[in-house]
Ligand binder design. Structure first.
Ligand SMILES: NC(=O)c1ccc[n+]([C@@H]2O[C@H](COP(=O)([O-])OP(=O)(O)OC[C@H]3O[C@@H](n4cnc5c(N)ncnc54)[C@H](OP(=O)(O)O)[C@@H]3O)[C@@H](O)[C@H]2O)c1
Length: 307
């Protein structure tokens, strides 16, 4: 029988952080985790949007144990401040979900890094490292990095990681999503080697009708391209709720294996029920993963060895 959110085991006593929890996949992941009893922190960059999401969640799940944390993954100071506030309590689940897709013009983070690489990969890399002590004190701790079908066209361009010489929006997005997978698999290997006790299981939502096109491609406002995408989306995409399912499966199912990758079972993994899926060989390139890890430590100034 296909897995549904009603198969999520009770999450009472588990503490979770979901990044980008005010919208799309992150919102539905946070909502279902709270529904099943988890104590959920909605990590959001906009206080206003975060407060609206928290209020909505508490309205839908009376008695929910949920709170808000301010986190801008593109700002290293914000990542450090958020992690410092969260690190005091043991953490059982970290969902590295927040993301931005293919802004037409190249943008940079507070640290001067290309915005997709900074938000989708570097911010989550630093956040995971800073929260590792809390995860190590957690119960059966899991880390779920939200990747994408887009990793399949991704290539890590170590000579121009930040797209300074040539910025191609989709190429930069695909690179950041490949980085998510390389990081997630390397995290499992390093955890196994060092005895951190983590289960790292990345997942992807297929193609889900969230705000990702308007937020990235549209720069926050609908335009001719985003309207065109909206028009054809029902032909190949699924709802936000369905998109969140593989992430929730990776986050909670007892059938998940360390280093497994999860996504929808339909044609080209665009929609369907959550199952274990394959990734392109470049996501399993251990030498590239080690190099990315070293580069990420250097770029963020955050190291896992401190944990
Ligand atoms: N939707 C899809 O078809 C699809 C497919 C493959 C993978 N994904 C992945 O799924 C994840 C969630 O995307 P979504 O589809 O749910 O899109 P979404 O509706 O646009 O949600 C993205 C979330 O990330 C947050 N975010 C963006 N930049 C941030 C930053 N610098 N710091 C903190 N939070 C930030 C957004 O906050 P604001 O609301 O403040 O902008 C929002 O909460 C992403 O990693 C994306 O790459 C999505």
């Amino acid at each position: 029988m296909a897995w549904t959110t009603s198969d999520i085991p009770p999450q009472d006593g588990r503490r979770a952080i979901v990044t980008g929890a005010n919208s799309g996949i992150g919102w539905h992941a946070a909502l279902e985790l709270a529904r099943r009893g988890a104590d959920v922190t909605l990590a959001c960059r906009s206080r206003e949007k975060g407060e609206t999401a928290l209020k909505r969640l508490k309205g839908l799940v009376p008695g929910a144990r949920a709170n808000l944390g301010a986190l801008d993954l593109s700002d290293p100071a914000s990542v450090r401040a958020f992690a410092a506030a969260e690190a005091a309590r043991p953490l059982d689940l970290l969902v590295n979900n927040a993301g931005i897709m293919a802004p037409l013009r190249r943008k940079t983070s507070a640290a001067g890094h290309e915005i997709q690489f900074a938000t989708n990969h570097l911010g989550h890399f630093a956040l995971t490292a800073l929260l590792l002590p809390a995860l190590r004190r957690g119960k059966a701790p899991r880390v779920v990095c939200v990747a994408s079908i887009a990793h399949r066209s991704g290539r890590l361009d170590f000579a121009d990681l930040m797209g300074e010489r040539r910025y191609v929006p989709w190429k930069a997005y695909a690179q950041s999503k490949l980085a998510n997978l390389l990081f997630a698999f390397e995290l499992q290997r390093r955890s196994d080697a060092a005895g951190w006790g983590l289960l790292s299981a990345p997942a992807h939502p297929g193609v889900a009708r969230t705000r990702i096109v308007v937020n990235g491609l549209g720069g926050g406002t609908p335009n001719v391209w985003t309207r065109l995408a909206d028009l054809f989306a029902p032909l190949y995409s699924q709802s936000e709720e369905a998109g969140a399912e593989p992430i929730l499966f990776a986050a909670t199912s007892p059938d998940v294996v360390p280093g497994g990758y999860y996504g929808p079972d339909g044609w080209r993994e665009m929609r369907g029920r959550p199952v274990r899926v394959d990734c392109r060989p470049q996501a399993k390139d251990e030498a590239a993963a080690r190099r990315l890890w070293e580069v990420s430590e250097a770029l963020t100034g955050v190291s896992f060895s401190a944990a």
